[in-house]
Design a protein around this ligand. Structure first.
Ligand code: ATP
Ligand code: MG
Length: 691
């Protein structure tokens, strides 16, 4: 693309790009390029007084919006925010769990690279030449070269006092703009460099502003150019600059694009752009940021002010910032679409109430959060906008990670051990396996180490899912609850990826409990007639289960629940070491259920009547008992005349009486047949771990 002269904006260029944008055959990438070029042209036209400030602002806003609409859209046909799919499609054939790629680059050997050496040399040269950053950055942005544009002032705004290593660092960055784009290692240099100095408070809503929010003290960039000391020692110098009336464009660490050579006016323009919530694209290559969070940069704009200004961010940066904000403001909730994925439901994890607790796989900085200490954040620099994805999530599709974070982590409504009637042995065993080791991991080591797999089996409605919920509330571990059927049915073809993602996220969130309801549908016996996709899911699950259950480091407990234990594959059965029978409730448990439910109602049952009910309900499951009580509780209402229902006061409804239970018994029957019971008993005797 030809560089526009400073005096004219070519009509033909506008026409050409208009055609490109409206033709309907252009790829989103082309369109985005066109919009970006347009924005640059507007900036130059205004900087060169070819258009008015108001006009520039309006045009800027218009095109910036269009530009970001493409960048942010995850529609494959019209947007660019679908990198995950694209990359994954490309990388699909190479995706492998066992592939652990490690960069050969280290902070030591990177200095020996030729390109780095060259750049360091170029940086030194710069101090004498003071090449205007404008040139490089505009070049980096494909052809809208301002270098030849007369009238555009060079970066003469470096204060002499500021002509330090910092400035040099910045200049190195900018002067090497195009190259930096090509060398990932080079971008590191940006992290340690400090942007040029401009005049006071009129600073850019630079795209790097978003990055400031993710820069933490703990993060130390490894500078390739200039020493670390220069970076960390920059604050006082910066402050001096501020005092001298030369404020950093950083406003708390933010960067100004070095191409803002026509400083005063452009700065005013960006101030204007701020008001219109416009964005300035393509600053990334030359943006710089500081890895320290010192107060010395506060000369320009305070933090709040900055956060209220929607400066330009790439879609990726914006997502990251959103995620950061959410996790700061709402630490218990999941971040919104950190990967731009469409929210889908997975089934079991849906019932998040007000007690829902989300623990993000992004580790807390202090490392005190659940598993946080064990999560190693991805090595990144202050200008790297990518989320700190755990190493273990590297090969996992981001959308799946997000789905798991949104849908599967679930603490559910509070359920206590007392809410589960009977099943004393199972409760005691689970406490021993789940709760105590969480409380005292130092005692439960070696042979005392808890088993990593539990299978709860028994007739329907006996409280297996209830126990799962109770574990979620009482264990203190991160709880993943997923229905196996939702894995197999909703995610045909994707199921095994989901399984992998589930375990990967759980590994980042240790200690973790993965509760899989209806596990039989996931781990049923492998047979010839079974569908390929379910076979793959099963295999993946067994592999993951094996990893989780055999690794002594991983603190992941898999709890499966089923009412068809005989259908479970023997390989899976072996891995679910503790197989606990959850039988029909005994008389005492049935009494407990009735008493607990009736205690919440207006009821006139006496002790003998309750005993009678317990006796008559032999063979009822916990769910049947609950249903019986529900049915009985409707008795007083049914006995009302229909007219009264409209007018009666709640306290005028008569208490639930024994006769209501008698009529309830006429409609509620036990749901488990004695034949089925025999099967459970037999299986328990063969494979169960109960007494
Ligand atoms: N032991 C119990 N104590 C108290 N309530 C129970 C008990 N067992 C079942 N219930 C009641 O029955 C309802 C259903 O129980 P739950 O869903 O846990 O059964 P389940 O064993 O998972 O059945 P399924 O095998 O069909 O999935 C519970 O919400 C609860 O109200
Ligand atoms: Mg259940």
């Amino acid at each position: 693309m030809e560089a526009p002269s400073h005096s004219t904006v070519h009509l033909s260029d506008w026409q050409k790009s208009y055609f490109a944008i409206t033709s309907g055959t252009c790829a989103p990438g082309q369109k985005a390029d066109e919009y970006r070029a347009k924005i640059l042209r507007i900036q130059y036209a205004w900087a060169n007084s070819e258009i008015s400030q108001v006009c520039a602002a309006n045009l800027f806003k218009k095109y910036a919006e269009k530009y970001s609409a493409i960048i942010d859209s995850d529609n494959i046909e019209t947007g660019l925010n679908n990198y995950a799919e694209n990359i994954l499609t490309l990388a699909k054939c190479q995706q492998n769990d066992s592939d652990k790629w490690q960069s050969a680059l280290t902070t030591d050997n990177v200095f020996e690279l030729k390109c780095v050496q060259e750049r360091m040399q170029a940086g030194k040269n710069f101090q004498s030449s003071q090449m205007a950053p404008t040139d490089a950055c505009v070049l980096a942005d494909k052809g809208v070269s301002a270098s030849g544009a007369p009238g555009l002032p060079k970066l003469g705004i470096f204060s002499s006092a500021g002509e330090t290593e910092l400035c040099a660092g910045s200049a190195k960055c900018t002067s090497q703009g195009p190259d930096l784009l090509e060398h990932p290692s080079s971008s590191k240099s940006l992290q340690s460099s400090v942007p040029p100095v401009t005049k006071t408070s009129e600073t850019l809503p630079a795209s790097s502003a978003s990055l400031n929010e993710q820069v933490h003290i703990g993060f130390q960039a490894t500078p390739l150019f200039g020493s670390k000391e220069a970076t960390s020692g920059s604050s006082p110098r910066m402050s001096n600059n501020c005092r001298d009336g030369h404020h950093l464009s950083l406003s708390n660490q933010s960067a100004i694009p070095a191409w803002s050579a026509s400083s005063g006016k452009r700065k005013a323009f960006y101030g204007l752009a701020d008001e219109g919530s416009t964005v300035i694209p393509s600053l990334a290559p030359c943006q710089a940021s500081i890895s320290t969070e010192t107060g010395s940069f506060s000369g320009n704009r305070n933090r709040n002010e900055e956060s209220s200004v929607p400066g330009f961010r790439t879609a990726k940066e914006q997502l990251w910032v959103d995620q950061q904000k959410k996790s700061q403001n709402l630490p218990q909730r999941a971040p919104v679409s950190s990967y731009g994925g469409v929210k889908k439901s997975l089934g079991a994890g849906r019932s998040r109430g007000p007690f829902g607790k989300f623990v993000p796989p992004v580790p807390k900085q202090d490392g005190n959060e659940n598993g946080g200490a064990q999560c190693k954040p991805h090595a990144r620099g202050p200008t790297d906008p990518s989320p700190p994805v755990d190493e273990r999530l590297k090969n996992i599709e981001p959308k799946m990670v997000e789905l798991i974070m949104h849908e599967i982590m679930d603490h559910g409504p509070p359920v206590g051990w007392d809410d589960i009637a009977g099943v004393e042995f199972a409760k005691a065993t689970i406490k021993e396996i789940v709760v105590w080791p969480m409380l005292r991991p130092d005692i439960f080591t070696g042979l005392r180490g808890p088993p990593k797999g539990i299978l709860l089996f028994g007739p329907p409605g006996t409280g297996k899912t209830l126990i799962g919920k109770c574990i979620a509330c009482q264990s203190g571990a991160t709880f993943f609850s997923i229905s196996a059927s939702s894995l197999t049915s909703k995610w045909v073809g994707e199921g095994e990826k989901m399984v992998r993602a589930l375990f990967a996220v759980a590994r980042c969130q240790q200690p973790a409990v993965i509760f899989i309801d209806e596990i039989d549908s996931l781990l049923s016996q492998r047979g010839d007639g079974e569908h390929e996709s379910s076979r793959r899911i099963k295999t993946e699950f067994l592999v993951q289960l094996d990893g989780a259950t055999t690794s002594s480091e991983d603190r992941i407990l898999v709890v499966g629940a089923t009412n068809r234990p005989q259908e479970i594959d023997e390989a899976a059965r072996r891995r679910l070491v503790k197989r606990l029978y959850i039988p029909l409730p005994e008389a005492s448990a049935r009494k407990q259920i009735v008493t607990r439910l009736m205690s919440k109602e207006h009821c006139s049952l006496n002790e003998e009547e309750i005993e009678l009910i317990v006796k008559k309900s032999s063979g009822f499951s916990g769910a049947d008992m609950t249903q019986l009580c529900r049915e009985a509780s409707l008795g007083p209402i049914r006995s009302l005349q229909s007219m009264d229902i409209a007018t009666i006061m709640p306290d005028q409804v008569r208490p639930i009486a024994f006769l209501d239970f008698e009529s309830a018994f006429r409609t509620v029957r036990p749901s488990v047949s004695s034949k089925d019971l025999e099967l459970y008993e037999t299986w328990n005797q063969t494979f169960g771990c109960g007494r």
